[in-house]
Ligand binder design. Sequence first.
Ligand code: 5GP
Length: 203
Amino acid sequence: MSKGVLMVVSGPSGAGKGTVVRQLVARSDKIFLSVSATTRTPRPSEIHGNHYFFVSKDNFEEMIKKDELLEYAEYAGNYYGTPSAAVDKMLEDGKDVILEIEMQGGLQVRKKRPDAVLVFLIPPSMEELEYRLRSRGTESEQSIRERLAIAEKEYRNAHQYDYLVVNDTVDNAVKTLQAILTAERCSLKRLSLDDMRYIRTAP
Ligand code: 5GP
């Protein structure tokens, strides 16, 4: 069986990444979302083990030491990272795995897993981004300013990614991500000779 596709989805905070990737996984039983660990405080609606594993700084540093993270980064004063074991298990089982992570982490994945596909998801404009961040009502003014400054930096580095997807509507963005996954599953770069001999349906 061929391995699943590892897809990184990054983009500015407020681009709607969370909504888009959750829709993407809800529409398929072959696509899974990796649950990250973070030292950030949970927002009121967030559930431990579903949105994130909320851990202490000490626990997080322990995971780094034990080399349990595929990638990690510090973002707006907190640690965020991807536990590797769960991701590898899903890929081995032929499932596609989505990492919804910021760009420093995405670029670490690029180095460690050259076959990962990196997607930069953006809102239709910077004005729309600021509007979305404010209307979410969960961030302080300082946090909004910080997130907009990080967004500027991420746009400048976006050319290191493979694909750009505009989140004008959630449905359009989800369909574009599905199309990218379909293309990647057919890519000869990731299929072995055995995969080619034994595939009976579209990968
Ligand atoms: P938030 O605090 O809004 O949930 O997330 C802040 C940023 O951290 C977002 O850009 C999100 O994609 C990113 N992020 C979430 N999980 C991870 C992770 O495991 N690794 C990295 N590098 N970034 C993450």
